[in-house]
Design a protein around this ligand. Structure first.
Ligand code: FES
Length: 100
């Protein structure tokens, strides 16, 4: 039987890494694997591990806007993201963290 609990993370960041192999636009077209690894590295450097969880996800249904990054439970949807945008993502998380 399933069990339920409150998530241990303040932020859960999902990065779509779905790859359609060039047949249709997908989030890997913008190198979402690199977005994930850069973001994970920065989160660790900032000491946010345990507070901010970085996870890959499958398709989130908004492929044409990729790469897509969604942050929960704050319901933040970042789209058309590239690896160079990682610092901005971190700033957004930091801003929300300060506001909460
Ligand atoms: S491929 Fe990323 S949202 Fe569909």
């Amino acid at each position: 039987m399933l069990k339920q609990n409150e998530t241990p993370y303040v932020f859960h960041v999902f990065i779509c890494t779905n790859d359609r192999g060039g047949k249709r636009k997908s989030c890997t077209d913008n190198n979402s694997q690199l977005i994930k690894s850069k973001l994970k590295g920065t989160i660790n450097e900032k000491g946010w591990k345990g507070k901010v969880r970085i996870s890959t996800s499958g398709c989130m249904g908004v492929c044409a806007k990729g790469s897509n990054v969604m942050i929960y439970p704050q319901k933040i949807w970042l789209f058309e993201v590239f690896p160079d945008d990682v610092d901005e993502i971190v700033s957004i998380i930091e801003r929300v963290m300060t506001d909460e």
